[in-house]
Ligand binder design. Structure first.
Ligand SMILES: Cc1cc2nc3c(=O)[nH]c(=O)nc-3n(C[C@H](O)[C@H](O)[C@H](O)COP(=O)(O)O)c2cc1C
Length: 176
């Protein structure tokens, strides 16, 4: 299959996940184009058999270039196999309120863009203290403490389950 992966990433974890997905799908015999959402705006979606949009949650929202891309391409996305990969820290846990919050984020994204993703993949992201400024670092240490995540000052911590991601991608491409 010819697959486009368009992503947006603030601290780098979604970029890493998108790159991993591209390498994995390539290894499975697919042709994959990996592109930042801002650079994908001129992509001709009819050229692709499948399109994956990936972004991460920051204060309940996805990155603006990803929202713009989905909005711009909403009608084209309706004619191709598509999925939305949402990266967050809430997906690292099993708090029902957090999962409801994630579902609300996707609903808002769909309302804003006019694209309702037929498949949504929730993927756990990472604390990236190496990328945070003082204020983000302070806020994220507070969030880590609320959720009993053990983090060390200045150290990144990754929650992404790479094996599960491969299975999710396989399921998406195998389905209808
Ligand atoms: C300022 C900030 C706000 C965040 N807000 C949320 C949030 O509302 N819900 C959530 O589940 N994760 C939240 N996260 C966690 C990110 O989704 C997670 O760190 C993800 O791996 C970031 O992906 P990126 O590196 O591709 O930007 C937040 C992270 C930061 C730094």
């Amino acid at each position: 299959m010819n697959i486009l992966i368009a992503y947006a990433s603030t601290e780098g974890q979604t970029r890493k996940i998108a790159r991993y997905a591209a390498d994995y799908l390539n290894g499975q015999g697919h042709t994959v184009e990996l592109c930042g959402a801002a650079d994908a705006k001129d992509a001709e979606l009819a050229r692709f058999d499948a399109v994956l949009l990936a972004g991460s949650v920051h204060a309940g929202k996805y990155q603006k270039p990803l929202v713009a891309f989905a909005k711009n391409k909403a009608s084209d996305l309706a004619h191709v196999r598509s999925a939305f990969l949402s990266v967050s820290l809430a997906a690292a846990g099993d708090d029902p309120d957090d999962w409801k919050g994630l579902s609300d984020c996707v609903t808002r994204f769909a309302e804003k863009t006019g694209w309702t993703p037929p498949t949504v993949m929730h993927v756990a992201g990472a604390f990236r203290f190496s990328e945070y400024d003082f204020f983000k670092s302070w806020a994220m240490r507070w969030i880590a403490a609320q959720k009993d995540h053990e983090v060390k000052p200045g150290q990144d911590k990754e929650y992404t389950d790479w094996a599960a991601l491969k299975k999710t991608l396989d399921g998406w491409l195998a389905g209808g």
